[in-house]
Every structure is written in structure tokens, then in C-alpha cells.
Design a protein around this ligand. Sequence first.
Ligand SMILES: *[C@@H]1O[C@H](CO)[C@@H](O)[C@H](O)[C@H]1NC(C)=O
Ligand SMILES: *[C@@H]1O[C@H](CO)[C@@H](O)[C@H](O)[C@H]1NC(C)=O
Ligand SMILES: *[C@@H]1O[C@H](CO)[C@@H](O)[C@H](O)[C@H]1NC(C)=O
Length: 410
Amino acid sequence: MDESSPDLQSQQDEDLEGSYSKLPAFRRKQATVSSFVFYVLCSLGLLICVEVIIFSRFLLPLAVGNASYSGDRRSNVSDLINLEPEAPFRTSFHFQPPKNWMNDPNGPMYYKGFYHLFYQYNPWGAVWGNLTWGHAVSEDLLHWLDLEPALKGDQWYDVGGVWSGSVTFRLDGTPIILYTGLAEDLEQTQNMAVPDDASDPFLRKWVKSSENPLLRHPDGVYKEDFRDPSTAWQVEDGSWRITIGTQVETDGMALVYKSRDLLHWELEKNVLYTIPGSGMWECLDFYPVAPTGRRGLDTSTRGPSVNHVLKVSSYNDQHDYYAVGSYNEVTQAFTPVNQELGVLYGLQYDYGKFYASKSFYDPVKKRRILWGWSNESDTEAQDIAKGWASLQVTKLFVQIQASPNIKAYL
Ligand SMILES: *[C@@H]1O[C@H](CO)[C@@H](O)[C@H](O)[C@H]1NC(C)=O
Ligand SMILES: *[C@@H]1O[C@H](CO)[C@@H](O)[C@H](O)[C@H]1NC(C)=O
Ligand SMILES: *[C@@H]1O[C@H](CO)[C@@H](O)[C@H](O)[C@H]1NC(C)=O
């Protein structure tokens, strides 16, 4: 856009004034009359604007604010708690809880008419700590209704925090949560929670499995380096796989676990992928992408032409790296198409503040939606003063461009 410098602008103003005084008298009168008419029209416009604002901000909410869920479920969701645009620095398009600290997006999904977003949330303040699964629902990914946290640390295996994880749909369509719990001694454990009432589209209440913890760190893995179970995918024989991030010595690694029932998991001998010396890997995301076209694929989509994306959040440098490649169900190996541009060799989702991302398949619009945590740049003191920290960034879908790059559209 062309923008006049202030000097140029005042020069133009002078020129305009000069040309006004040079007009013949009747033209000047005409100009004055049209200015007056213009002024009246503007005032009228302003008045209408003010009325629209008064109506939409004060009268409309009064009219719809008390509508009940059974009457019109939309009215609950349009009762937005998320957005307080007038509060300084809060955003209108990025998801933020009403207040406090937020980090990783967790278990995004679509269920019974609503998009669900869970997020790492500290209900006690605007700093990292006491993590729970915050929970919000939306019909359009822009307007959110923030609910009570879905999971809080109240068992020995998660009393230190309910950390990141994913949602997987069982074959009967019920979602389950797999998440990392932090025990008091900082051991990281893998656990399950299921909806208390799967007929509630808001899925407000979740019940932790009596078999938790489902997984403890394997031999050779330090108890504090074992976290963030991925969404499970199904292989040909019907069994499930998940990947979990770790490091062995300093080799970043994507472990694979196998299960028949999503409850009992067994470590596979082979790892999905590893890079010597790359440090701790967290928030792994592993999903299929179609070789052409803009359609996203559901996480268990298989077939010879399907490519896979492995995304690694590098704890050491706090960026999200990915590679496009092929997945061998028998050996469990992921092989990047281009070894040179493999994971941690140059391909990043985003070069700004975007970390711990997590994608999900949107069955309504058949697209893969990617969420990522943006940490912004404020200091802790500024966050405490604001009363909140961080936002979520959404990229609407992921498509392969010129192989092996993928493009995420906003
Ligand atoms: C919708 O809002 C009404 C009134 O605010 C409340 O009574 C009802 O429980 C809400 N429904 C849901 C599903 O949250
Ligand atoms: C964690 O919660 C406790 C209350 O259970 C509170 O005293 C403490 O300040 C909280 N810590 C953080 C970092 O919010
Ligand atoms: C986020 O900000 C905190 C300080 O508020 C900093 O310690 C941390 O490294 C940052 N993380 C990322 C992913 O930028």
C-alpha cells in the first residue's frame, strides 16, 4: 500500500486549501453547501453506527443471553466468554481462555456438531504450572464457549499435572483421551480418560481409567523423558499404534506402542524415527496426507499412495519440525522422502512463535486442521499484569505442495 509521508500529506493539504481559495465565488458556495450536506450525512451515519453498536452490544445480548441449551444450542456458544476485544492486547481470532496461562493445544476434535479444543491450562494464574486440560467448544472455530477443565491432576500418577496428549475415536465413534500424567516425583506416565456421558455434545465430564497408568517409561528411558501420546492409528490387522516422544542418551526418538483395545499397550521393537544427538522430542504428531489435492485424511487412512507426515517438537530449540515420507506398517519405520530435508533438517511448520502443534481431521469439511501454541513475547511480569499468557494459532489445512514440502493454509 502506498502511504504518504506526513510531509507529503501536509503539502497535499496546503495544495487543496490553495485550490479552494482559487475557486470562483459560486463554486466556493457550492463547495460549502456540499460540505454541509456531506457533514449531515456523516452525522446520520455515525448515529446509525452508534445505534447498531448499542443494539448489538447491549440490547441483543440481553435478548439472547438467557436462551437455554434445549431451545437453541447456538445461543450458548454465541454467549462468548472467549472474546473481550476491548481488553488491551487480547485477540479476536485466536483462541484464548478468559484468563490465565495456556500452552499446548491438546486433543482437538469434532464431535456431535462441535469442535473441541483442550489446552494446557493453569487455573491458578498467568504463569506455567499446575497444568490441567482446559476445554472449549465451538461451532465455527472462531467463537468459543469455555467450559470447566476436562481433566485435573488428582491421582498419584498425575498429581503434578495433566500434561499433553491426544484424542482417538474408537470404532464405535466414542472419543478417548490418552494423556501424560506427572507424578509427584516427576515421573511421566501415560493414562486414559473416557467421556462420562458420550451423549453430551459438550463432553463436559471425563472419567479416568481404573487401569491407569497404562504405561510407565521403558527400560533405558529416563522417567522425565516420556511424554505426549499421539492420536492412535489403525493398521491392516485392526490393531492400533501410538507414538510417544523421548530421548535415549541425547538421541531424539519416536517410540511406537501397539494395542488391540487402546488400553493395553506393548512397546514395539523398532522405533518410528530417531535422529542422533537431537535431544528430547515431544508432542509428536503423525498423520497421513494425500499426494495430491486439498483433502485432508483421517488418521487411520492407509494405502500405497498415502504419504505420512511426522512432526517433532524439539524441546532443545522450541520449534516444530516435520518431514513427509512413507510409513511401513510391518517394520514401523518412517522414511522421509528426502533424507536431506528429513525431520530436523530444515523443514519447519512456522518460523515465528509456534510450538507443540497438534493436528486433527475435520470430517465435516474433510480437511486437516493444525493448532499450535504461540507464546508471544511478553515477560512473566507482563503476563501476570495482563492476567493471561499465550494464544492458539490455527492453520486450516495441510496439503502437499512440491514434494516433500507441505503447505499449511490459513
Ligand atoms: C446454556 O445456557 C443456559 C443459561 O445460561 C444454561 O442453563 C444451560 O445449562 C446451558 N447449556 C449448556 C449445554 O451449557
Ligand atoms: C499451584 O496451585 C497451588 C494451589 O493448589 C497454588 O498455591 C500455587 O500457587 C499454584 N502454582 C502455580 C504456579 O500456579
Ligand atoms: C515461552 O515463554 C517463557 C517465558 O514466559 C519461556 O521461558 C519459554 O522458553 C517460551 N517458550 C517458547 C516455546 O517460546
